[in-house]
Ligand binder design. Structure first.
Ligand SMILES: O=C[C@H](O)COP(=O)(O)O
Length: 330
C-alpha cells in the first residue's frame, strides 16, 4: 500500500536567508496587544474541525515524525539511553511498518535529537552520517538563572562538541519587568555565540503571565536574530498550548510580512498524542501555509509523542491498537 506522500523530507527553504534580526523598536513592542478571548475562541474549535482520516491521517502523522526533535532531558540520562534515542531517530518506525505503508523512499527520520550538553558528543557520534542534527538545550536550561557569562560559554561548548542547533532559554524576568532592551541584548549575545548553529529561543510561555507578553517576547527574540521561537522547556507547569501557538504563529507571520524572513516555530512540552500533533500542524498550515510544514521551519519538542504516533499508524494498518509498551522509547 502506498499512502502517496513524497515530500516528507523535502527542504524547500534550504536556500532561504537566515534571520539577521533588526534594530529593536521598543515603541512597537510596548504597543503590542493580544485579545485573549478572540485567540481562545479561534482555538477552541480547531482540533474538532480538523479531523483527518485514513491515508490522510497517516500522511500527517509521518509528517509529524519528520518534524520531531526527539528529546531526552532527564537527570538520569545516560549515554546508553541517548544512543537508543538516536537509533530511534534514524529509524522512527519499524522497517515492516515502512514497507506496509509503502514509504521506503522517504527515508523517514526525525528532525533532530535534543539533549543536555553532557550528551551532545554521544549523540553526534551516534548520528554520524545520518544528516540528523543534534540540538543542545543551553543557557542554564530550564530556569535560565545562571550568570550570563556562563550561558555564553555553555553555548560555545555545545557548538564545539558538535551541536548544530542550540535551544536557549530566555530570562523570564526581562519580560516580566518589561526590560525589552535587556532581552534583546541577551538574545543577540546568544545568537552570536551560536555562530553557524541555529538558535531556538525558548520563551517559557507558561511563565510570561499574558499572551501580550508572549507576542512581545516573540518579537524581541526575532528582532535579535532567533532562527526559531519555541514555547516551553517542558519543565514549566503549563507548556505548549494552541492559544500560545496562535499568538506566536501570528508574530512569525507578521515578521515575515515585514522582513521577508521565515522564522521557525517549535511547540514543546506535553505534546504526547498523535491527534494533538495533527492539530498543531494544521494550525501552522492555516496560519502560515504549507511552506512552513517542513523540519527547517517546524519542530515538535517531544519525548513521548513518537510512541503514540506509532500506535496510530499500526491501527491504520491493522485496525487494532498495540499496547503502549511495544513502542517504548529510551
Ligand atoms: O523541548 C522538549 C521538551 O522538554 C519535551 O517535553 P515533553 O517531555 O513533555 O515531551
Amino acid at each position: 500500500m502506498s499512502i502517496g506522500i513524497t515530500n516528507i523530507n523535502e527542504v524547500p527553504n534550504e536556500l532561504a536567508p537566515r534571520n539577521n534580526g533588526m534594530p529593536l523598536d521598543i515603541e512597537f513592542i510596548r504597543n503590542l496587544r493580544v485579545n485573549r478571548s478572540a485567540v481562545e475562541r479561534r482555538c477552541v474549535t480547531h482540533g474538532g474541525r480538523r479531523t483527518v482520516k485514513k491515508t490522510h491521517q497517516a500522511a500527517w502523522l509521518l509528517k509529524s515524525i519528520s518534524c520531531i526533535d526527539l528529546t531526552t532531558l532527564s537527570g538520569d540520562d545516560t549515554a546508553a539511553r541517548v544512543r537508543r534515542l538516536c537509533a530511534k531517530a534514524r529509524q522512527p518506525i519499524s522497517s515492516d511498518m515502512v514497507d506496509r505503508l509503502g514509504v521506503k523512499s522517504l527515508n523517514l527520520q526525525t528532525g533532530a535529537v535534543c539533549v543536555f550538553h553532557e550528551m551532545v558528543e554521544t549523540a553526534v557520534l551516534a548520528l554520524k552520517d545520518t544528516g540528523i542534527p543534534v540540538a543542545a538545550v543551553s543557557t542554564g536550561f530550564p530556569a535560565g538563572l545562571t550568570p550570563h557569562r556562563l550561558k555564553v560559554m555553555e553555548i560555545e561548548d555545545s557548538v564545539a562538541a558538535g551541536a548544530e542547533e542550540i535551544d536557549i532559554v530566555i530570562s523570564r524576568r526581562h519580560v516580566l519587568s518589561a526590560d525589552w532592551g535587556a532581552l534583546y541584548k541577551e538574545m543577540q549575545d546568544f545568537r552570536k555565540a551560536c555562530g553557524d548553529a541555529h538558535v531556538k529561543a525558548i520563551l517559557a510561555t507558561g511563565e510570561l503571565g499574558t499572551l501580550s507578553n508572549v507576542a512581545r517576547a516573540s518579537w524581541v527574540c526575532m528582532m535579535a536574530g532567533a532562527d526559531f521561537i519555541k514555547t516551553s522547556t517542558g519543565k514549566e507547569s503549563v507548556n505548549a498550548t494552541l492559544p500560545v501557538t496562535l499568538v506566536m504563529l501570528r508574530a512569525i507571520r507578521d515578521y515575515y510580512d515585514q522582513t521577508g524572513i521565515k522564522i521557525g516555530y517549535k511547540p514543546a512540552g506535553g505534546i504526547s498524542k498523535a491527534k494533538d500533533s495533527v492539530a498543531y500542524l494544521s494550525l501552522v498550515k492555516e496560519e502560515l501555509g504549507n511552506s512552513w510544514l517542513c523540519p527547517d521551519l517546524f519542530r515538535f519538542g517531544a519525548s513521548s509523542l513518537l510512541g503514540d504516533i506509532e500506535r496510530q499508524l499500526e491501527h491504520h494498518l491493522t485496525g487494532s491498537y498495540s499496547s503502549g509498551n511495544r513502542h517504548a522509547l529510551a
